[in-house]
Design a protein around this ligand. Structure first.
Ligand SMILES: [Ca+2]
Length: 299
């Protein structure tokens, strides 16, 4: 079973990842949505519009959203350099207008699936709030049948602060709850790796020529080389042979400003996770594009 948790926008990297999975014939059993790039409601509407899968909207705000936590995160957002990509985290945006009661059914839906008998992979492409809530709501011992694949966090680079990645910055507490879960395995695909894979004109030309509706839409919207971020995790889920190097580490996310979400070494009982440290970028690009060239349906 595949559960994808995402802060999907119309043609962002989450959308690329979902289109790639469907073009590859790997239809998610459940898609859940989370704040981050936009609101979970907008992501859910786009999900229902574009993908033939059950879509469940999730949290509009981080875990344990208190006044103090909201103030600290807002201050951290306001301290970012001008022009930083803050999307749904903007100080005057939807996050700070939402309430801690806006949690949606996603985490309960994930927990319900994880409490069942079928082994699942949770592919988390946004802030980990829904996943962390689901960990708290899953029957004891059930997580040990399932794998978590998280696209986010960073060891040495950042795209918010110098050391913080967007998804981990948005909800650092959720990173710690999710990583501390008794999963069968946890794999982290950090920014250090997702920022090494981009796509450009050669890939766009092939996508446009593939005849897929997605390929044409991407070509029409193309404005220049771009990173693939979440696509790297989706490709790696289907094709772990793109991994060149990984490390086994115990990690926690910093929950204090300024570097919300920076991943640092942790001690037991925090469980070990696999952190991907290098992938074959050319292979990731090729597998992504070829999925659309070889797809037999409208993708
Ligand atoms: Ca995302």
């Amino acid at each position: 079973m595949l559960i994808v948790d995402t802060d999907l926008e119309e043609l962002n990297d989450d959308a690329f990842a979902l289109h790639f999975l469907l073009a590859s014939g790997r239809v998610p059993d459940l898609v859940t949505t989370i704040f981050g790039n936009t609101t979970p409601q907008r992501s859910a509407a786009l999900g229902r519009q574009n993908f033939p899968v059950p879509v469940s909207p999730g949290a509009a705000v981080p875990l344990d959203w208190t006044h103090d936590r909201a103030s600290a995160l807002r201050a951290a957002v306001e301290a970012l350099p001008r022009g930083a990509y803050v999307a749904g985290l903007a100080a005057d945006g939807p996050l700070f207008a939402a309430s801690r009661h806006d949690m949606g059914p996603a985490s309960a839906d994930i927990a319900g699936r994880l409490s069942g008998d079928r082994a699942a992979t949770v592919l988390a492409l946004g802030p980990l709030t829904n996943v962390a809530e689901a960990c708290r709501g899953t029957a004891p011992g059930s997580l040990a049948r399932h794998d978590l694949l998280f696209c986010g966090g960073s060891l040495e680079t950042g795209n918010m602060t110098a050391f913080s990645e967007f998804n981990a910055f948005a909800d650092a507490e959720a990173v710690n709850v999710a990583l501390a879960g008794n999963w069968r395995s946890v794999t982290v695909v950090p920014l250090d790796v997702t920022a090494t894979v981009d796509f450009g004109e050669p890939e766009i030309e092939r996508l446009a020529a593939s005849g897929s509706a997605f390929g044409k839409a991407v070509a029409a919207a193309y404005t220049g080389r771009s990173l693939m971020w979440d696509v790297v995790a989706a490709v790696l889920y289907l094709r772990p042979d793109v991994i060149r190097q990984s490390r086994t580490l115990r990690l926690k996310a910093l929950t204090e400003p300024p570097h919300f979400g920076r991943l640092v070494p942790a001690e037991p009982p925090v469980p070990e996770v696999t952190v991907i440290t290098d992938v074959d970028a050319g292979a990731v690009r090729e597998i992504f594009v070829r999925a659309f060239e070889e797809a037999t349906d409208e993708h």
